[in-house]
Design a protein around this ligand. Sequence first.
Ligand code: ZN
Length: 110
Amino acid sequence: MFDEVAEYIIEFYPDLVSPAESQARQWLLFPGHAKEPRELPVDPNAVALIKLGPEQLHIHIRDRVVRDHGSELIFNRCPQCRRVVRTPLAQQCLHCGHDWHNNSRTGATS
Ligand SMILES: [Zn+2]
């Protein structure tokens, strides 16, 4: 399983992932059905990222995007365990099971 923050960034902030990072990820995760050895991307930066392997590539993407675009990122975190949850609108945590679906409506009476 990949780093949850990296997965969140890749899914919900795809524009912040560089072309080389995206190419490397595609190459590592989607090998296709070719029986012959696949050609590496032309971009030497993508080739260098492929050499990291899938787990380290995800950590690289996470760290690089947080470093370069940290102020643009909004993470939806579980109010109980503080881990990043699956989507920006999720109201249930798959890590600890906490559910805060009804909390957003409480306290709003006038
Ligand atoms: Zn949680």
